[in-house]
Design a protein around this ligand. Structure first.
Ligand SMILES: NCCCNCCCCCC(O)(O)C(F)(F)F
Ligand SMILES: [Zn+2]
Length: 342
């Protein structure tokens, strides 16, 4: 299986994340991809190629123009406003307030942020754009006939909506790839999100559409970020009714339960009969992930990959989360090796 990868991810090098009332070194750190890259090379999964550039059109096919303009200028405007630290939202249009975008950068951060843990820093925009181009290059490989491809994306994307960032995400790589498939001849695309966290952004982007099926296995929103989307009763709206399937699971869920949910998810995918499958691949369902509460083991990830392969669909894997960094390489590549059958 070929991997698409760019060193540009290192331009996203935030030094602070708001966690437990403290500013800590971010869980979503550049070294995550070093461990995955090292494991890919160690097992010889396949060639590792640089992304092509796709400009801004595929990004603007998913994200609002004003939001993209905000992301491009936020850091410079934050600095120009005289703030010392990294750009972090601290005020939101909460209940019964108006959803009007303010003029000041401090207000705009809160208007566009869905959470406060994620800072915007020098290089964040460039890294996010490059990450989307990694996903698009992987999509092109699948379009050109590859049975599978791994888009080693960083920063991740599945929390980003058309006009929202947060949860370490800025541009929704999987959604951008799905829209690219749709804009280039595919009638139906399925997105399977196996990251521990609900892909609220991906769900939101396609929620009223029947041409992209969204299926997610994740920590129950009563207990897990993003908390405010991901319930089983969210099934789509309008033309999209029935084209969102959420499979939330409680703290302590192990692979036996998790695998049953995967089987349900893959049944829905088979019924939908898409032209391609995009897997939002986070491995934070791992038993010792520091910010999650599922109990999958490293060998479970191999079985996960094999189960996904059984769907028999052209498959684009898009990297999302995973924070037990010493194990992220093994766990991620186990999925890919399991998918390939060796
Ligand atoms: N007390 C825990 C607070 C966690 N706050 C942020 C969690 C973000 C998860 C990001 C991710 O893993 O879903 C992605 F795939 F997007 F990277
Ligand atoms: Zn996650």
């Amino acid at each position: 299986m070929e991997t698409i990868y760019s060193e540009n991810h290192k331009l996203r090098d935030a030094q602070t994340e708001l966690y437990g009332g403290q500013l800590v070194y971010p869980f979503e750190r550049p070294s995550r991809l070093d461990y995955i890259h090292e494991r890919l090379t160690e097992v010889g999964l396949g060639p590792i190629s640089a992304p092509d550039s796709f400009g801004m059109a595929p990004i603007l096919a998913v994200h609002d123009f004003a939001y993209v303009a905000f992301l491009q200028s936020a850091w410079d405007r934050w600095q120009a406003a005289g703030f010392e630290g990294e750009a972090i939202a601290n005020a939101w249009p909460a209940r019964r307030m108006v959803q009007t975008c303010p003029t000041h950068i401090d207000g705009q951060l809160g208007y566009y942020a869905l959470a406060a843990e994620t800072s915007i820093t020098q290089g964040t925009w460039q890294a996010a754009l490059s990450s989307a181009h990694v996903a698009l290059t992987g999509a092109e490989r699948v379009r050109a006939g590859a049975q599978s491809c791994f888009a080693l994306c960083r920063p991740p994307g599945h929390h980003a909506a058309k006009d929202l960032y947060g949860g370490y995400c800025f541009l929704n790589n999987s959604a951008i790839a799905a829209q690219h498939f749709r804009d280039n001849g595919m009638a139906r695309v399925a997105i399977l999100d196996v990251d521990f966290h609900h892909g609220n952004g991906t769900q939101d982007i396609f929620y009223d559409r029947e041409d992209v099926l969204f299926v997610s296995l994740h920590g129950a929103p009563e207990y897990a970020f993003p908390y405010f989307l991901g319930y089983a009763n969210e099934t789509g709206t309008g033309a999209g009714e029935g084209f969102t399937l959420n499979l939330p699971m409680p703290p302590g869920t192990g692979f036996d339960i998790w695998r049953t949910a995967l089987a349900t998810a893959l049944e829905r995918v088979a019924e939908y009969a898409p032209d391609a499958l995009i897997v939002s691949l986070g491995v934070d369902s791992f038993e010792t992930d520091p910010i999650s509460f599922f109990k999958l083991t490293s060998s479970d990830f191999t079985i996960m990959g094999a189960d996904i392969a059984a769907a028999g669909l052209p498959t684009l894997f898009v990297m999302e989360g995973g924070y037990d960094i010493a194990e992220i390489g093994i766990n991620t590549v186990n999925v890919l090796e399991g998918f390939q059958g060796h």
